[in-house]
Design a protein around this ligand. Structure first.
Ligand code: ADP
Length: 905
């Protein structure tokens, strides 16, 4: 039944009883009782009234009706005619008596198989309501109304003359407007069609009315006798008709049941597979409207977990309340106490008529209102609880404007449907629950896997930077964020600098002056370099006070505040990446603070769930240990490398020292043994010569030991050296240095030093540096080549580019400002120093590899000592240039000072 016909006044009696059958039964009865016309009214459950289903009369009866005086003529004939088919009816009666109520007897066929021209007097015609309005087909009678309603009510047969009928039932009969009828009956016989007793017993009172219908026979001849005597016989006769009708009804019910079963089968296969609520609701809707007459409908589901009631489908007076399946109206269970009571009480359907039963209407008022509108005036109300074992799943409520709209068979079918739906909803729920449990488990698994791999990646790496990179990347992937950084305190704790940054969206921390972050693909080294430049203030800020907290959030104001005191790159990081809130997790190992893991909150309303924070803290705790390990490992590696280097130095020292010691010692031993051997034979000249040789060798030894002591004294880098800082004239110092040269080689030393250049320093140390550089130049250059010493006045910023980074760290060079300096260069012409040696020669006891195989003396201490002295005086010393066969330039600078007034004068 399509939805559009809902609530339409339609009868279903003709679906149950074929008109042919009714016509046949009426005709047989007319013949039996000498009636010329007959009609049958059957109870229409949908409207609760008796409705006339068929009205027939003999054709020849109509021919005689205008002249009642003549009507007596055909009557006996009719009567005699009537006897003939009676024999047939008798045989039918036999069949009727034999048949069980459930057996189908093809009476209709037997009617049709009868030759139509057997007798023209037998021919019947349908009484057209247009010709005759009396008991017209389709007329319906409520109980007690008119002759039919009266007979129904009294459940007794009546015989009556037409005048009496008019007097009793047509009290407001208007003689001026006579009944529109081409033929008026003279007398009536009205018989109730009672439900068979047997059937009644079977049904045991489940049906309100035991009167299936009413049959009315009439005679038309005015002088025809009334039916008084035939009443009892008619009642008996009709009992057989009742059997026919009941049989038909059974067939109809069976047919419908079969249909329902087919429908049920289709939904039982359809429902469980449809786990989508909206689909399920749609099917329920389609199904219900095919089965019963419904004007309004309400499907309510109950969620046990949330203790909520959801109205997911509502039809209000044939109109569907849209969008409920997607957005149901939600009520707390406590808001619907009656609903609760009914659904929990049992599996029984609740059925009553709100319009008729005022008591129940009051009692169940709650069920009759709500999203499906006011149902308090409907004729039929049915509520089917949906239950699975004892669990309430929901309910389906229906109303109809028709009385008794919901019949037991239909309720049964609906109950079956509800059971199937309940199971499928429960399945869907279970499925949903399973799926969400599965999902959650999967998520948890994935998260665990992520944590695991995060932990693994942070634990398996012993390089701190790689480890921190893994950490920020893992955290970003676990939290599904775009940005994550690790900030580490600087050695002095003044600042926090980014040690690792995860920013896959390629927002690079580059400032091109436009104030916007520049999106540029960069190589890893560049990126790492830039990351290192991001610095945030630490000492004295609120961050410092929070290192002992578990975790905390920085809000916009705090981020602004930090950006204010950050360096440029730090400010860009905080400002340009549009961070509104940043989660900070301080990481410590035991009591040692290691840094902050900073996770900017993603934009939008997303927040980190406690679960996420928990995960994060676990990762951080693990990472802290791993970082500590990596740091220790790196420190140990560095210490190990230093040890290695020291051990190598020691070896080199032993080689150098033993060589350097052996040479003068050999000389001393040689000359002294010669002196011994020659004894008194030695001439004073010879003695003098040997003594001088011994003295020189001794001096060499003394020098060596002196250098060694000096080198040991000045110690490594940060040890303080006693200095007497004063203005020193570069030219004078160089001249003295040249004069101090102990090497007696004839070499030209060209000085290009303006006399006005003064430097700040310790004069003896400056001279020592110059002597050393000059001696080296002489020692290691080609013989007879000149040596140049030049001095120029420069600013520090001009010197900076001359420094080779692998030699001297230019860092903090300009920390005291771009001061004027004097740059002194010592240049020679030699084989040059191989690139591998260029850095090493400034180390203690290290000599260029080539020098170790030459007879040229050296300890490898000179350059080391010189560099230490120059640096102690605020300058730098380095190998500015050295090329094969061209020679080297050793340079140093010291702060320039204006010449002292007295000297200048
Ligand atoms: P020493 O000269 O006593 O060996 P230094 O520390 O002064 O020690 O020099 C270290 C090494 O540097 C020298 O042994 C030599 O191999 C190399 N060296 C120093 N100056 C020069 C130079 N002007 N030309 C070539 N090699 C040099």
């Amino acid at each position: 039944m399509p939805a559009s016909t809902w609530g339409g006044p339609e009868s279903n009696a003709d679906e149950i009883y074929p008109v042919d059958l009714l016509t046949y039964l009426l005709k047989e009865m007319m013949l039996q009782f000498d009636a010329q016309g007959a009609c049958i009214a059957l109870h229409d459950e949908r409207i609760g009234q008796m409705r006339i289903q068929a009205h027939i009369r003999f054709k020849n009866a109509l021919a005689h009706s205008p002249q009642p005086s003549q009507s007596s003529g055909p009557l006996p004939k009719l009567s005699s005619n009537a006897r003939r088919p009676t024999a047939k009816l008798e045989s039918d009666e036999q069949e009727l008596l034999q048949m069980s109520p459930t057996l189908h007897i093809p009476v209709v066929n037997s009617l049709r198989s009868r030759p139509p021209d057997e007798s023209s007097a037998d021919e019947v015609e349908d009484v057209d309501p247009q010709q005759n309005e009396l008991f017209a087909v389709g007329s319906a009678y409520p109980i007690d109304q008119d002759l039919i309603g009266y007979t129904w009510h009294k459940n007794e047969p009546y015989a009556m003359r037409h005048e009496d009928y008019l007097a009793i039932f047509r009290t407001n009969y208007n003689y001026l407007q006579p009944i529109k009828a081409d033929m008026l009956p003279s007398s009536y016989l009205v018989v109730p069609v009672r439900e068979s007793h047997l059937m009644e017993e079977i049904r045991s009172g489940r049906r309100r009315s035991t009167v299936l219908g009413v049959i009315l026979l009439y005679r038309v001849a005015p002088d025809a006798p009334g039916f008084q005597k035939e009443r009892a016989e008619a009642l008996n006769y009709v009992e057989r008709i009742a059997l026919y009708l009941q049989n038909e009804k059974q067939r109809y019910i069976r047919r419908r049941t079969n249909e329902y079963l087919r429908l049920l089968q289709s939904i039982s296969t359809a429902f469980p597979s449809s786990v989508q609520l909206s689909e399920l609701v749609e099917r329920i809707y389609q199904f219900v409207v095919r089965i019963v007459d419904v004007s309004s409908l309400l499907l309510t589901l109950y969620d046990r977990d949330l203790d909520r009631l959801y109205d997911v489908l509502a039809i209000h007076s044939g109109q569907r309340v849209e969008g409920l399946a997607e957005q149901p109206t939600v009520r707390l269970k406590s808001e619907r106490p009656v609903w609760n009571r009914i659904t929990h009480a049992g599996r029984q359907a609740l059925l009553f008529s709100p319009a008729q039963d005022h008591e129940k209407r009051l009692e169940y008022q709650e069920l009759l209102t709500g999203v499906w509108g006011n149902q308090q005036d409907t004729e039929s109300f049915l509520m089917l609880p949906m239950k699975m074992f004892n669990r309430v799943i929901g309910s389906l409520s229906l109303t109809s404007m028709r009385p008794n709209a919901f019949q037991p068979e239909e309720i049964q079918v609906l109950e079956t449907m509800i059971q199937i739906v309940t199971v499928s909803i429960e399945n869907a729920n279970l499925y949903e629950r399973d799926r969400s449990i599965l999902n959650e488990a999967r998520q948890r698994e994935a998260q665990l896997a992520a944590i695991n791999s995060a932990l693994q990646s942070v634990s398996s790496v012993l390089n701190v930077t790689a480890l921190l990179n893994n950490l920020v990347e893992s955290v970003a992937s676990v939290l599904k964020v775009e940005l994550c950084a690790f900030f580490e305190p600087s050695p002095t704790n003044a600042m926090l600098f980014a040690h690792a940054l995860y920013a896959p969206s390629s927002v690079q921390m580059v400032d091109d002056g436009s104030g916007l972050p520049v999106v540029t693909p960069q190589n890893k080294d560049e990126r790492d370099e830039i990351i290192g430049l991001i610095q945030l203030p630490f000492q004295g800020t609120f961050l410092e006070q929070k290192v002992d907290e578990g975790f905390f959030y920085l809000d916009v104001e705090q981020l602004k505040e930090l950006a204010l005191h950050s360096n440029e790159e730090g400010a860009i990081f905080l400002r340009e990446t549009g961070i509104e809130q940043m989660l900070m997790i301080p990481m410590s190992y035991q009591t040692q603070f290691m840094g902050f893991l900073a996770v900017p909150m993603p934009k939008g309303n997303r927040i980190f769930r406690p679960k996420d924070i928990g995960t994060l803290l676990a990762i951080c705790a693990q990472a802290a240990g791993a970082i500590r390990n990596a740091q220790l490992f790196e420190q140990r590696e560095a210490a190990y490398a230093e040890l290695e280097r020291m051990s190598k130095l020691k070896d080199e020292f032993l080689v150098t020292a033993s060589h350097e010691l052996r040479t003068p010692l050999t000389a001393i031993r040689g000359y002294s043994s010669q002196l011994q051997r020659q004894g008194s034979r030695a001439t004073p000249q010879q003695i003098m010569k040997f003594a001088t040789k011994i003295a020189v060798a001794t001096q060499q030894l003394t020098n060596l030991v002196g250098s060694m002591t000096e080198a040991a004294q000045i110690g490594p880098g940060d040890q303080k050296i006693d200095l007497q800082i004063e203005p020193v004239q570069v030219y004078a110092a160089t001249e003295i240095a040249v004069g101090m040269l102990t090497l007696n080689t004839e070499r030209t030393v060209t000085l290009d030093i303006p006399a006005t250049m003064w430097i700040n320093g310790d004069a003896p140390k400056i001279r020592q540096v110059l002597t050393n550089l000059l001696e080296n130049a002489i020692k290691y250059s080609y013989p007879e080549t000149p040596i140049w010493v030049s001095a120029s006045s420069l600013h520090l910023s001009e010197v900076e580019p001359l420094l080779t980074p692998d030699q001297v760290n230019p860092d903090s060079m300009l920390s005291q400002g771009d001061i004027p300096v004097v740059l002194v260069r010592v240049r020679d012409q030699s084989e040059g120093i191989s690139p591998e040696d260029q850095q090493k020669i400034f180390e203690k006891f290290v000599r260029a590899t080539r020098s170790l195989t030459t007879p040229i003396r050296g300890t490898g201490l000179g350059l080391y000592i010189c560099r230490r002295y120059v640096e102690a005086m605020g300058g730098k010393l380095w190998l500015e240039k050295s090329a094969a066969n061209e020679g080297s330039i050793f340079s140093f600078y010291l702060p320039q000072v204006t010449p002292p007034v007295d000297v200048a004068e």
